[in-house]
Ligand binder design. Structure first.
Ligand SMILES: [Zn+2]
Length: 725
């Protein structure tokens, strides 16, 4: 523990060597750092010249030929293609590993899905007209994943969404095919499993975007539950086709459909492709990942991410071989798994590799032409539970690319434009955004593994998960720019030297300092709301400072054992806490190992004040107060892995409906899924339930400690965590 002395001149330490400010940074080979402070102009020019948007788009075209459902032959063919290219590009240790996907094998918190193979899926209207409705041979998404063999002719009945009991009131669905707009797996449970329908004709719609409902010819990629062995079948149609059927049925027309399905769920394999560029020190690794799975065509989601990291691999391997950039110190590993499931399988089967991973660059949807798909490229930060220097690395590189693209589009010079000769010349529509969930990066950054991720993702994409996510929507220039952000960020992380790491620390410090006035204003307005608010205000400052200090300290991992860097980072943390001290008065800094915490001196606060605090909401007062004692007990992890793994829900498989009510309650908050994820991430054997509440409240939104404790109690009950005695 150390008490911070007031610092009167805050910025003097930033400029530790005043002369250095006057000189331009140079690398050992005399190249300067005028474009970014992290990579030399020479390295940037080499990557910009080699990265090729057309090669990347050609990979997308090849992958988009396959229906890449996890643990299916279409996925395997894609895996073989990627592996053959990785070998051709001179990568090392290229391999395709196979792990059982049979509905029984367990990998950390994942119960594996079975494989699925389809040969045929044809739906024909036979009465009153004879006309084709859906055909797997013409469109792979026409047949929902995990549909199974059937030969049946049946009447069609409209059940609306088909996802609640009311949708079926007064309707006889037994022996019929239901026309439904809700989630296909949920419709199957109610219509087929409970009520005896023989199959589903679905117009399930996509994730919500600003264009929802506008693209009436999209046919969504749907799936029945892979954990339901009694699956019938579901055919997928567009909103336009569905509207016509609904109209005809509403008029009282009797429509009979003939379904012919030859498909089965069966034991299969998760294929995982990987390859490396060896570093000089094999003890540490930087990872590039993506997901190789999804429907045919699935061009942006996610042939684009798979192609981007392959293009990064080709580029880095080529430039290193030619001596245009140095061999990195850390090994660079590339992984092409089936989404989330494959990553958790890899983590379960390769703990020794996972222990070497220092950071990951994850590409999931990175090529959408903005003018067609409406996609904004979001460079997404790590979750609040994992503050990291890599956020600033990604931000610096992305800002360089965005600025260069704007300059080129404005006619002020193309030298930083990263334009592919066959791609668009538009400026890159991109931003830096807070953490969002939904892909493999959730596994890397989960509290069991804590590997920070730079996550590049397009959102929205009006064609995501449909037949219309085609290579025609892909812009080679966008592919080149996304690949550049990935290549430059990851390469920096793989080979940064002490001087560059020191400059990165300055950049993190500058951003942290820039946030101080806004945070101070927020803290003050909380303070003005009363004594409880004042406590929240102090919590906000303490936790923000903790996060910034952790991000600054994480720079040390880039160049372990460098004493100059260590004292530099120490100084910057002192300056930052000093600036807060200057504004707010006394507080205490504690360092335990790599953990740094800040607390205000309790001089005006009786020690037991927190415990006596009255809940704001009178309803909360009437609830049993103590679910885990006094909220000061400290939980630690027993089971590794996230609670939601793709289609699998670890808690729902183990807890009663009643016990799960706390999950529903927190989950129904805005961003509730992320809060559930973060509560568990913050379980580290050091934080109490109250500490976790304080962190979530400062980083996301206020949450009552009872809810945090209630969720922890459920996690304890199913054996995911345990409390210290
Ligand atoms: Zn995706």
């Amino acid at each position: 523990m150390k008490k911070i002395a007031p610092i009167f001149v805050l910025l003097i330490l930033l400029i530790q060597n005043p002369l250095a400010v006057l000189a331009t940074f140079q690398d050992g080979q005399g190249s300067r750092y005028t474009k970014t402070p992290l990579l030399s102009d020479r390295e940037i020019a080499a990557m910009a010249a080699e990265l090729n948007g057309i090669i990347a788009k050609d990979t997308i075209i090849e992958l988009a030929r396959h229906h890449r459902v996890q643990a299916s032959s279409g996925f395997s063919r894609s895996a073989e293609y990627i592996a053959s290219k990785a070998k051709e590009y001179g990568l090392e240790q290229v391999q395709i590993e196979r792990f059982p996907a049979d509905g029984e094998a367990v990998y950390h918190t994942l119960k594996s899905t079975p494989g699925w193979e389809a040969e045929r899926g044809k739906l024909v209207e036979v009465e009153p007209n004879r006309v084709g409705v859906a055909d797997y041979d013409e469109m792979r998404v026409a047949l929902a994943d995990y549909s199974q063999t059937a030969e049946v002719t049946a009447e069609l009945i409209d059940v609306g969404a088909g996802t609640s009991a009311q949708d079926y009131e007064g309707k006889e669905v037994e022996g019929r095919i239901v026309l439904a707009g809700g989630n296909v797996a949920a419709v199957h449970a109610l219509a087929c499993k409970e009520r005896g329908a023989v199959g589903i004709l679905s117009y399930q719609q996509n994730q919500v975007t600003g264009w929802s409902g506008d693209y009436v010819d999209n046919v969504r990629w749907g799936h029945l539950s892979p954990y339901e062995p009694e699956n019938k079948f579901a055919f997928m149609i567009s909103l336009r086709t569905a509207a016509k059927y609904r109209e005809r049925l509403a008029r009282g027309e009797r429509i009979r459909l003939q379904a012919e399905v030859k498909a089965a769920m069966q034991p299969g394999y998760y294929d995982i492709v990987s390859a490396v560029i060896p570093g000089t020190d094999p003890g540490e690794e930087i990872v590039y990942t993506c997901h190789l799975c999804h429907q045919k065509p699935g061009a942006n989601d996610n042939a684009s991410g798979a192609a981007a990291i392959l293009e990064v691999a080709r580029t880095l391997a080529t430039l290193i071989r030619r001596g245009e950039i140095r061999q990195p110190r850390r090994t660079i590993r590339f992984i092409w798994p089936p989404e989330i499931n494959g990553t958790l399988v890899y983590f379960s089967e390769h703990p020794e590799i996972v222990s070497r991973m220092k950071a990951v660059v994850h590409c999931d949807m990175v090529g959408g032409n903005f003018e067609i798909t409406k996609s904004i490229l979001h460079v997404t930060r790590t979750p609040a539970s994992l503050p990291s220097a890599i956020n600033t690395v990604a931000e610096i590189i992305a800002n360089y690319v965005i600025a260069g693209s704007v300059k080129a589009a404005s006619g002020q010079g193309v030298e930083d434009g990263l334009i592919s000769p066959q791609g668009s010349k538009s400026s890159l529509v991109a931003d830096i955004t807070p953490y969002e969930m939904g892909s493999d990066h959730d596994v890397y950054q989960e509290g069991s593994f804590r590997i920070p991720a730079i996550y590049l993702r397009d959102w929205p994409d009006v064609f995501i998960h449909t037949n219309n996510d085609t290579p025609a929507n892909i812009d080679p220039t966008k592919m080149k720019r996304s690949s550049f952000i990935a290549a430059a960020s990851g390469y920096f992380l793989a080979r940064a030297n002490a001087e560059e790491a020191s400059r990165l620390a300055d950049e993190i410090f500058a951003r942290a300092l820039a946030r101080v006035p806004r945070l101070r204003d927020r803290a003050r307005s909380l303070e003005a709301s009363g004594p409880e608010g004042a406590e929240e205000g102090r919590n906000l400052i303490a936790k923000s400072l903790e996060s910034d200090a952790m991000a600054l300290s994480s720079v040390l991992a880039l160049v372990p054992g460098d004493e100059g860097l260590e004292s530099k980072v120490d100084n910057l943390i002192n300056q930052l806490s000093g600036s807060w001290l200057f504004l707010t008065g006394q507080f205490i800094e504690r360092r335990r190992g790599d953990r740094i915490t800040f607390t205000f001196e309790p001089k005006e606060e009786p020690k037991n004040k927190k415990k006596e605090k009255k809940p704001r909401n009178p309803k909360e007062a009437s609830r049993p107060r103590s679910v885990v004692g006094d909220y000061s007990r400290v939980p630690s992890r027993k089971v590794k892995g996230p609670m939601n793994v793709y289609y699998y829900d670890y808690l729902a498989d183990r807890a009663s409906e009643e016990d799960l009510s706390i999950v529903r309650r927190i989950g129904s908050r805005p961003g509730g899924g992320r809060i559930l994820y973060e509560i568990l991430n913050l379980v580290d054997g050091k934080r109490s339930a109250r500490d976790i509440r304080d962190f979530i409240t400062a980083a996301y939104e206020p949450i009552p400690v009872e809810e945090v404790a209630g969720y922890l109690q459920l996690l304890e009950k199913v054996g995911v965590i345990e409390f210290e005695e």
